[in-house]
Design a protein around this ligand. Structure first.
Ligand code: SF4
Length: 318
């Protein structure tokens, strides 16, 4: 029997706002695309590089979205006719050796505002969607290049981040520890974690090294510039958001672990940047979600540069 891990305290109830049907390229999984070939709806699919997407209208909305903000596939063919990603939204399911972890998208206003029922109320719907999910972590996780971290060590890293005083600080320390480990993996990750706080203090020195080298490159690569704090972003939604991302296993999907950790470490900068521009926590969280979802995977060069910078910090610490 599968163990399920829901983010404690997170609620959800769809308000039919249709935000999730706008502004995205809505991917259509191969099975759904094939099923729709026998219906008139196939004309509203487009194929790009072997993948299928729902066409968008002139307002950037999914062409299956009706003027009553309903999904036409759902209302005419039933919920099962919708693309897998639409059936799953705003949930993100990650299958691991410890069971299925349920993350959520903070693009959804209901998730942001924590409205509705506890996530566990959706368990029976999610059980069907969890069937056939790939299993992450059973053979370890790619950190970068050929470096792989055992699943038990990954959980140690994750616990360390979540138990830190402030997830943002935990991400910084975890990033330092993982980069150090990837350079000298003969030492246990735990040793680096235990030394990370001391290594990053006083904050000015090692952090400055990071800021001036790979960190600024990473920001440039991500297409944003740091901004001054002329409009102070609220910290509570950010903390809650980062905690939910780590719990929901955002660190282990798609990209190598070190790249994901670097991206999450950068996320608070983006959060403050977009908040300074918009003044809206809602839009800011939506932008952060888009950054995570659309960011390219080619962080390798930057991660290598980052590791080189970290190398300079190894000897004084041990
Ligand atoms: S964004 Fe959330 S609340 Fe709005 S329609 Fe989508 S799932 Fe429902």
């Amino acid at each position: 029997m599968t163990d399920w891990h829901f983010h404690p305290g997170q609620n959800f109830e769809c308000s039919q706002c249709s935000r999730c049907c706008r502004g995205w390229r809505i991917a259509v999984d191969p099975q759904t695309a094939q099923n729709l070939q026998a219906t008139p709806f196939h004309k509203r699919l487009e194929e790009k590089n072997g993948r299928f997407f729902a066409r968008k209208d002139s307002q950037e909305a999914c062409s299956f979205l009706t003027s009553e903000r309903r999904c036409q596939l759902h209302s005419e063919l039933g919920a099962a006719a919708k693309p897998r990603g639409c059936r799953q939204f705003p949930f993100r399911l990650t299958n691991t050796p410890d069971g299925v972890f349920v993350g959520t998208s903070f693009s959804c206003p209901s998730i942001q505002n924590n409205q509705g029922d506890s996530l566990e109320a959706y368990r029976s719907e999610l059980e069907e969607l969890a069937q056939g999910l790939p299993l992450w972590g059973a053979a370890g996780l790619t950190v970068w290049q050929d470096k792989r971290l055992a699943w038990s060590d990954y959980r140690r890293l994750e616990d360390f981040i979540l138990q830190s005083t402030g997830v943002e600080a935990g991400l910084g320390q975890g990033l330092w520890a993982l980069a150090q480990w990837s350079l000298k993996p003969q030492r246990p990750l735990q040793t680096y974690l235990e030394n990370s706080a001391a290594a990053l203090e006083p904050p000015a020195e090692p952090l400055m090294l990071m800021e001036h080298h790979w960190f600024s490159q990473l920001l440039k690569h991500c297409g944003e510039k740091p901004v001054g704090r002329h409009r102070e972003a609220p910290s509570e939604p950010l903390e809650r958001y980062l905690r939910a991302l780590v719990h929901g296993k955002s660190l282990i999907n798609r990209r190598p672990l070190l790249g994901n950790l670097a991206l999450l470490y950068l996320l608070p900068r983006f959060y403050r940047y977009w908040y300074a521009r918009s003044g809206s926590p809602d839009q800011t969280l939506d932008q952060c979600e888009r950054k995570i979802a659309t960011h390219p995977n080619n962080l390798d060069d930057l991660v290598i540069r980052m590791a080189d910078d970290f190398r300079d910090q190894l000897e004084p610490i041990f």
